[in-house]
Design a protein around this ligand. Structure first.
Ligand code: ATP
Ligand code: MG
Length: 318
């Protein structure tokens, strides 16, 4: 499994009176209000690493796949943290490139008591990509897991073309900067084997209100389409059946960072091993539920042979 995308150091600040959500108008519009010039104490700090592609690489490694990450970091302590985390997990880091100009991506995450959070992110080396550093010509991967490339469509175009020539299958979880370039996105989708998006992202690609409508329309574009909707569950189709799943466990959310990555990579861990659509959705749900119950995008990622339990799920012919 070769993952391509961002590598970020995430520093979580939490357990603070100052990080209590406040509302201006309606309950939907919540803000963290930090007065300019004030000094605010936080009682908890957590250093971890993120970036969709490194999170996914850890799911694959913990599930026993050969896992490799391709991305760019800087020569700095944040880059060392990313490398250390991946090494510790047994992820192959030989395709990591270094930027001489930019620092490693770095996020300060202000975590509210309800598990929601605000990011202050420096993308740095995880947005200024050099196309030379992204090359699959000697890759023997079975699957490419592509998370956001910060809208670098030329890099995606090159990688997707190479993958198709080498019969490497493509899983794609586009980010907001890819979705903004919808015409180029549509061209990329022609090569995608599994597309995983949340509800809002799906609505930027096709029209539709409910999950089923969205999944059916996405199924006209890609062989396997998955649309997740946070705690409201998920719908997926492989063109033969449609699976609708609810919540794996109704647990208190500590930090929802990495939910989408754990879901997508969890799905692909199973799907790439030949498991059914239904089993793959159950594992994706279990993995993401575990991730939102811990601070950081990687801490909760499930290890191989974790016992799974049943969840609300139904399946019908496409
Ligand atoms: N509050 C929650 N409680 C339980 N499970 C959750 C919750 N939020 C997310 N999940 C799990 O994570 C999966 C993916 O979440 P979601 O649909 O929010 O993805 P996303 O919007 O792509 O997330 P991200 O912001 O990480 O990219 C859901 O299908 C669900 O299994
Ligand atoms: Mg997402």
């Amino acid at each position: 499994m070769l993952t391509i995308g961002a590598a970020i150091q995430d520093v979580f600040l939490s357990h603070s009176q100052e990080l209590k959500p406040v509302s201006d108008k309606t309950a939907d519009e919540l803000f963290l209000k930090i007065e300019l010039g004030s000094k605010n104490d936080v009682n908890n700090i957590n250093f971890s690493t993120g970036g969709g592609a490194t999170n996914a690489a850890v799911t694959f490694a913990r599930q026993g796949h050969h896992s490799q990450f391709m991305g760019t970091i800087g020569h700095d302590p944040a880059g060392d943290s990313v490398l250390n985390d991946l090494d510790k997990e047994g992820v192959d880091t030989s395709r990591i490139s270094y930027s001489d100009k930019y620092n490693t991506g770095y996020s300060v995450v202000l975590l509210a008591s309800n598990g929601e959070r605000s990011f202050l992110t420096y993308r740095g080396a995880s947005t200024h990509y050099d196309i030379k550093n992204f090359d699959l010509s000697d890759s023997d991967s079975d699957w490419l897991y592509v998370s956001s490339m910060a809208g670098n469509m030329d890099v995606l175009d090159k990688i997707f073309n190479q993958a198709k020539h080498l019969s490497i299958k493509i899983f794609f979880n586009p980010g907001k900067n890819e979705l903004k370039k919808i015409d180029k996105m549509r061209v990329l989708l022609e090569d995608v084997d599994v597309l995983s998006v949340n509800r809002e992202e799906a609505q930027q690609i096709v029209n539709g209100e409910d999950l089923e409508e969205l999944v059916r329309r996405l199924s006209n574009l890609v062989p396997v389409a998955i649309v997740s909707d946070g705690p409201n569950g998920v719908m997926a189709s492989d063109g033969k059946t449609i699976v609708r799943a609810g919540m794996y466990e109704d647990i208190p959310v500590i930090d929802r960072t990495g939910a989408g990555d754990a879901f997508g990579s969890g799905f692909l861990s199973y799907w790439a091993s030949g498991r059914s659509l239904k089993d793959s959705i159950v594992f994706a749900s279990a993995n993401s539920t575990s991730v939102v119950s811990k601070i950081g995008a990687k801490a909760g990622i499930l290890h191989k042979n974790t016992t799974l339990h049943a969840m609300p799920l139904s399946e019908k012919p496409f």
